[in-house]
Design a protein around this ligand. Structure first.
Ligand SMILES: [Mg+2]
Length: 259
């Protein structure tokens, strides 16, 4: 697989992306949420979908005949809160939760984190500036306020995974302990096996390390992988867009072209 470490977005890449996406009515659209559709906020609870984005997602759902899904590290309940009253097909907790194309939901069992929960709570409590987000089926430790504690946090969580049960997922100023058997790539592949996604061209937009398995999954089946924002590390995404605003502008252009 090819990696790239791009610092600028060549105009021809944008043209090629638009050309690839022109057949949007034949695409299956997968979107990460934070940093992709919506800008990252210091407090995860402050993130909320605005009217423009809700209207855009509804338009895209109509254009793609419902082949659209959100693929997030947040829980299903949290994604639903952000996009309410819109309820799309959603992958939550990096794949550990899912509401599939038929509306059937699989929720994570918080007990998978039981043997790590107490120690992680204790670790966060004893380091000023760290924040624990206990999502039930995963435990995320945010170090945005103390970037100097990033390596220590990663080292601590690596005591619990990778293993048969748990794995560590790094992200922007966050390290997360999650069930080992799920990731965004396998969740996208599972959705692609059933209506309304099957036999469409998968397109995945993401911005962070957790999205790399998603990029790999769509690349494997000749889909389109799009990284939002300048990558801090090599990425498997084949296209790059500078920010969530440019992604929105592109999607509006594409839906308007289908009028
Ligand atoms: Mg993200």
């Amino acid at each position: 697989m090819q990696s790239s470490l791009a610092t600028t977005i060549p105009a021809r890449a944008l043209d090629a992306l638009e050309a690839s996406l022109f057949a949007i009515d034949q695409a299956a659209l997968f979107f990460d949420v934070d940093g992709t559709l919506l800008d990252i906020k210091p407090e995860p609870d402050d993130v909320i979908c605005d009217e423009d984005l809700r209207a855009l997602l509804e338009r895209l759902a109509a254009c793609s005949h419902g082949a659209i899904a959100l693929v997030s590290g947040r829980s299903l309940a949290d994604v639903d809160r952000i996009f309410s009253p819109l309820k799309l097909t959603t992958v939550g907790l990096h794949g550990a939760e899912m509401r599939d194309g038929r509306g059937v939901e699989r929720r994570a069992d918080p007990r998978v984190m039981d043997h790590a929960r107490k120690a992680v709570h204790q670790f966060v409590k004893s380091h000023d500036g760290l924040m624990l987000e206990d999502k039930g089926g995963t435990l995320a430790v945010h170090y945005r306020r103390r970037p100097d504690l990033g390596a220590l946090t990663l080292g601590f969580l690596l005591r619990f995974g990778p293993g048969d049960d748990l794995a560590v997922q790094e992200g922007k100023f966050v390290v997360e302990l999650k069930p080992a058997r799920y990731d965004k790539g396998s969740a996208i592949a599972a959705l692609m096996a059933a209506p309304p996604f099957e036999r469409r061209v998968p397109v995945f937009f993401g911005d962070d390390l957790t999205d790399e398995t998603g990029f790999a999954a769509v690349n494997r089946i000749d889909g389109i992988s799009v990284r939002i924002g300048e990558p801090l590390a090599p990425t498997l995404a084949r296209f790059l867009l500078p920010d969530s605003a440019s992604l929105r502008a592109l999607l509006w252009r594409l839906t308007e072209a289908r009028q």
